[in-house]
Design a protein around this ligand. Structure first.
Ligand code: AMP
Ligand code: MG
Length: 469
């Protein structure tokens, strides 16, 4: 059962998430809904539960973990199909171990905003329905106040849920879990000769595609432990995540991750490694090691195909050419060497004009070119890029419009989240509301919000995020 919080209050709700669950967003701020979504009242017919799971943390087997502060209230049947509703931070559960079962306002604002921002970017993710707070004190590095995020997803089952029963040697429970996941979420696989093998194959592919999305938008999860990997291939558990600003392929967004296991570039092989951990847990059901290995090999192509497709769209290319990979690699190398802002670069690239006289090019390209210290390097790449665009007869206006639909103008930069957090800690939630509204339309020009697309200010270079939440 959730543990009540003193004086719970409404902070924010996502109307888009509410619609998915068939809820009227207008009711969410009502006292009775706030009571439910802060864990102070349990809705009729709800039988709250927390789930056990285990997992590999930073590459090491961690044994039993489980929902230490997450409580499932039940399922709502909205227009998008059944959605599970889960409170995060609603008090101790049988799996709280040394923890207090709570979540702080700071990290809850980050999870709430990022879930909805990722959804608006078209990236598979859990959703955030609602954010409530309480003056209850929570002790972390300093004393903070409590909050509860209501998350939504068709399922919160993790890779670690399977690892749990496998490592315990409980085959029947493992089978029951796999059968449940296949029946409810992968029904097309039921007819296969070996449904467990097909489950592995499909989860591997979905995971690879999800990570291709992350790489293409510069999202770093920060804690890709197997207990944070969704069996549906959706982004799960927002903690010390980050969006790439000055591009560095080795960037580590989680201050706690000193070895850089979950750096930007490592997300790709780590996603694959995590699928191996899942395969290992499913092997007693699959019973065919070679076939499981072949299914895991599917990761490489699923990732490569999706990433190439996304990058081609980011570059505004509508046809495929052999040299496209090299053109993109050269671009990423240049961005890395010059620490170019990831989001600004792609957004400005859309404004490039193909036909510009040689003499006018430096001026015409200035907004983009000025992001680079190595101007000759940029110029040389731009010659190749223009040549490539000419070969497919690319039209400036059409390409610009298409690129603006895939290269976001607004992402949840750390400093934006931090500003909203600091205001919220002083009782002003206006910036949370404003950021939610901006990030729900990340591809739109929003002239009144131009400042939210700007480079981080100097103070932001000292910002650090860690696992403490
Ligand atoms: P995370 O890094 O947030 O994915 O959490 C890893 C594990 O620690 C999960 O099993 C969480 O449920 C648990 N955990 C994290 N914070 C707390 C907390 N404050 N109280 C209880 N369990 C927690
Ligand atoms: Mg977790």
């Amino acid at each position: 059962m959730p543990t009540p919080l003193p004086a719970p209050y409404f902070i924010a709700a996502s109307a888009k998430a509410a619609a998915l669950a068939g809820l009227d967003p207008a009711v969410l701020a009502r006292e009775d809904f706030v009571a439910v979504f802060s864990g102070n009242a349990v809705p009729p017919r709800s039988q709250p539960l927390s789930a056990v799971y285990s997992g590999h943390q930073f590459g090491h087997w961690a044994g039993q973990l489980g929902d230490g502060r997450a409580i499932l209230l039940g399922e709502l049947r909205g227009p998008a199909g059944p959605m599970e509703l889960q409170l995060k931070g609603a008090g101790m559960t049988p799996y709280s171990r040394m923890g207090d079962g709570r979540a702080v306002l700071r990290s809850s604002i980050r999870e709430f905003l990022c879930s909805e921002a990722m959804a608006a970017l078209g990236i598979p993710t859990t959703r955030a329905l609602m954010l409530t707070g309480s003056p209850q004190q929570v002790v972390r590095e300093s004393i903070e106040s409590a909050a509860v995020v209501t998350r939504m997803a068709p399922s919160f089952v993790r890779f670690g849920s399977f690892e749990h029963w496998h490592y315990r040697g409980k085959q029947e429970a493992l089978r029951a879990l796999a059968d449940y996941v296949i029946r409810d979420f992968y029904p097309a696989l039921r007819a296969a000769a070996n449904p467990y093998l097909e489950l592995l194959r499909e989860v591997t592919r979905r995971t690879a595609r999800m990570i291709a999305h992350w790489q293409a938008v510069g999202f770093m999860h920060g804690v890709m432990n197997t207990d944070n990997m969704s069996i549906l291939g959706i982004t799960l558990d927002y903690g010390p995540f980050g969006f790439m600003e000055a591009f560095d392929v080795d960037h580590i967004c989680n201050h706690t991750d000193q070895g850089g296991r979950y750096s930007y570039s490592n997300q790709v092989p780590v996603g694959h490694w995590n699928c191996y951990a899942l395969a290992n847990a499913l092997l007693p059901l699959i019973q065919d090691k070679e076939a499981a290995e072949a299914a895991l090999d599917g990761y490489v192509d699923a990732y490569g195909d999706k990433f190439d497709e996304l990058v081609r769209a980011k570059l505004g290319l509508t046809t495929k050419e052999k040299g496209d990979r090299a053109l993109a690699d050269a671009m990423f190398r240049l961005m890395h060497e010059n620490r170019v802002d990831f989001t600004l670069f792609f957004r400005r690239l859309g404004a490039l004009r193909v036909d510009v006289l040689d003499a006018d090019r430096a001026e015409a390209d200035a907004p983009l070119r000025d992001l680079f210290l190595d101007r000759p390097g940029y110029d040389a790449w731009a010659v190749d890029y223009r040549a490539r665009l000419r070969r497919e007869g690319s039209q400036d206006a059409a390409r610009r419009a298409a690129m603006a639909r895939v290269n976001p103008k607004y992402v949840l930069r750390n400093y934006l989240a931090q500003t909203a957090i600091e205001k919220a800690q002083n009782g002003d939630f206006s910036e949370v509301h404003r950021l939610l509204a901006i990030l729900e339309r990340p591809f739109d020009e929003q002239p009144e919000n131009e400042a939210y697309a700007a480079l981080p200010p100097d103070w932001a270079s000292h910002l650090e995020v860690s696992c403490s939440s």
